[in-house]
Write a protein that binds this ligand. Structure first.
Ligand code: NAD
Length: 304
């Protein structure tokens, strides 16, 4: 049965590496990375994501500012707030938790963040640099960065590998497809991106040496869609029920039990991509802090 790629274990290793970076920064500059998390409203999923991010940032010794705003905040007031953090020298990374209430344009909010502080990697300047292969100067979006990191750390060869990405969203499918096709370590793959309009999803998936699934459809990928020995990265987080304790029961986009009998390596849900996403947010914040403290347009020592 398949080797389980534990995002929880990989996160621990990455956070240890980052804690060392924070110590180096404190010694060299007398400063620590500063992260502000802006949460608008009280969407339960967003509240739980933000509290995990805050907890992790605090555990690394970051200067963490938790800025919770009411659902009723106007777009103008939110844009002013972002500008305030853009000017704040103690804040190196700005995270605005999405989704935002409907009266606020996510696009305008993302555009308002200084690209040098855009640790979510959603600003068009960072996405553009990523597409151009300029990864030293950009913040990679956290979930795709986490996926690529898992593939590398699990020892899965990527050069020349057939990678199939299910999903084409701007935050997962599209960027990871581009990243895997770039030149360089953890990439150099032959990439196919499939989506709701794809004619024969199963046939494409069966060709994959690395299958990355980000559709948001529980159990979409069946075991006979998986090439024996393939590496399967399940990005999906689907609430499929509620436990007696009141906690949500989560499931991925892949039928995990059955897929484990076919795949070579597989990520679980929970405990797979989710923890890596948070680790990559922390890594982007450390990178942002180095770049701002040393007034550099890029960051060489923390970027692969
Ligand atoms: P999305 O809804 O924006 O995009 C889903 C994509 O999947 C679409 O491009 C669509 O074309 C494709 N798709 C949907 N149903 C399909 C089907 N039946 N066949 C083929 N393609 C299909 O979602 P998203 O934001 O990209 O997120 C995808 C999943 O990943 C969700 O479950 C989300 O919760 C999860 N997610 C997890 C993390 C994490 O850190 N673990 C981060 C982001 C998203």
């Amino acid at each position: 049965s398949a080797e389980i790629i534990s995002g929880t274990q990989m996160r621990a290793a990455i956070l240890e590496e980052l804690a060392r970076e924070v110590n180096m920064m404190r010694e060299k500059h007398g400063k620590v990375p500063g992260l502000v998390t802006i949460l608008v409203g009280e969407n339960p999923a967003s509240v739980s994501y933000v509290s995990l991010k805050v907890k992790t940032a605090v555990s690394l010794g970051f200067h963490e500012v938790q800025d919770n705003q009411p659902e009723s905040i106007t777009e103008e007031a939110l844009l002013d707030l972002i500008d305030q953090y853009n000017q704040d020298p103690d804040i190196h990374g700005i995270l605005v938790q999405l989704p935002l209430p409907r009266h606020i344009s996510e696009e305008r909010v993302i555009h308002a963040i200084d690209p040098e502080k855009d640790v979510d990697g959603f600003h068009p300047v960072n996405l553009g640099r990523m597409v151009l292969g300029d990864r030293r100067c950009c913040f990679l979006p956290c979930t795709p960065a986490g996926i690529q990191e898992m593939i590398v750390r699990s020892g899965t060869p990527t050069s020349g590998a057939e990678v199939v990405v299910v999903g084409r969203s701007n935050i997962v499918g599209k960027p990871i497809a581009i990243m895997m096709g770039q030149k360089g370590e953890g990439a150099d793959s032959t990439v196919t991106m499939v989506h709701t309009r794809t004619r024969d999803l199963a046939a494409h998936c069966r060709r994959a040496d690395i299958l990355i699934v980000a559709a948001g459809v529980p159990g979409l990928v069946k075991p006979d869609w998986i090439k024996p020995g393939a590496t399967v990265i399940d990005v999906g987080v689907n609430r499929v029920g509620t436990a007696a304790s009141g906690k949500a029961i989560l499931s991925g986009d892949v039928d995990f039990e059955a897929a484990s009998k076919v795949a070579g390596k597989i990520t679980p849900v929970p405990g797979g991509v989710g923890p890596m996403t948070i680790a990559m947010l922390m890594k982007n914040t450390v990178k942002a802090a180095w770049m701002q403290l040393e007034n550099r347009p890029d960051c060489t020592h923390i970027c692969r």
